[in-house]
Design a protein. Structure first.
Length: 246
């Protein structure tokens, strides 16, 4: 893809909503597959009491809306300000206890695993049942929409078109312990083409830094879907759990 197209895909603009400042993609079509829409706020007249502790709202007990679920709470039940990058908020926003818990977990993904996915790692890549494999750098695109594979050839796979993700492991130590991730098998559909394409990524055999990077990338790919994808990969994250003990 040309750098101009890439820049267009990654362009962002600042918008102000009732909940706070948001940095959103310039083009809606290029939004992150991890993204969430802002909820409709429960109208004031429909909530005379805190939806958690049932305290009646009045002049002294003011109501606050949770930015994640849109429900109404008193200050005590909705006091935490937590980052909510899935809704593109620039600053931490007010959330109820239930939502804050989820958002804290997601924040960990954004702070750690997402960086690993964006920086990429080297894998031996095999398409379908082909005997041939190619060494390629695999990374998530800046706008999080594509899996980019770069070697002698270049491939872009839209994250939303991935139907199955399975982490391949080796070693099940007796008495427990973690299996080691050695690769990943993906199935995805291509618009306009029938059926699914299978793709296998295998971490290199060398025991150096690049191998560690590949293992970290696989672990991040395993963790990301569980926390952040609400369609597509979410269904297959169960497969992941069954095949990869973290
Ligand atoms: Zn309350
Ligand atoms: Zn909430």
């Amino acid at each position: 893809m040309s750098s101009e197209v890439a820049a267009r895909r990654d362009a962002k603009k600042l918008v102000r909503s009732s909940s706070g400042l948001r940095m959103v993609p310039e083009h809606r079509a290029f939004g992150s597959p991890f993204g969430l829409e802002e909820p409709q706020w429960v109208p004031d007249k429909e909530c005379p009491r805190c939806m958690q502790c049932d305290t009646k709202f009045d002049f002294l007990t003011r109501k606050h809306h949770c930015r994640r679920c849109g429900r109404c709470f008193c200050d005590k039940c909705c006091s935490q300000k937590v980052p909510l990058r899935r809704m593109c908020f620039v600053d931490p926003v007010r959330q109820c206890a239930e939502c804050a818990l989820v958002s804290h977990k997601e924040a960990e993904f954004y702070d750690k695993q997402l960086k690993v996915l964006l920086s990429g790692a080297t894998f031996l890549v095999t398409f379908g049942n082909s005997e041939k494999s190619e060494t390629m750098v695999c990374r998530l695109s800046n706008n999080q929409r594509y899996l980019l594979l770069d070697g002698d050839s270049h491939y872009e796979i839209e994250i939303a078109h991935i139907s199955t993700v399975q982490v391949l492991t080796e070693g099940f130590p007796p008495g427990g312990g973690n299996a080691r991730a050695t690769g990943m098998s993906l199935q995805y559909t291509t618009p306009g083409a029938d059926g699914v394409t299978q793709l296998k990524l295998t971490a290199g055999e060398d025991a150096n830094a690049s191998r560690r990077q590949s293992t970290a990338w696989l672990a991040a790919m395993h963790k990301g879907p569980r926390h952040c994808l609400h369609h597509g990969l979410l269904a297959s994250s169960r497969t992941l759990t069954a095949n990869y003990t973290s």
